[in-house]
Design a protein around this ligand. Sequence first.
Ligand SMILES: [Zn+2]
Length: 83
Amino acid sequence: MKGMMKCEECFDLLLDYLEKNLDAGTRQRLDEHFAACPPCVNFLESYQSCAEMAQQLRDQLVEIPQELESRLKAFLREEVAKG
Ligand SMILES: [Zn+2]
């Protein structure tokens, strides 16, 4: 039978849903599930804010790795020079 999508299926597709990687049909099935399943909407919302937080964290960290990388390279050069 062509029943509603299961919650587990939703969880698997959640990331693609948020990143809009799903085809229209799958997306619609998810929307239908969310319309009928408030717990999944709650989960989606907390997942989304989590993802946004991670994104913001990544944005803030963008400058650090370059600094870290040059330090690491300098360190490695010294180590190599030492033999
Ligand atoms: Zn659900």
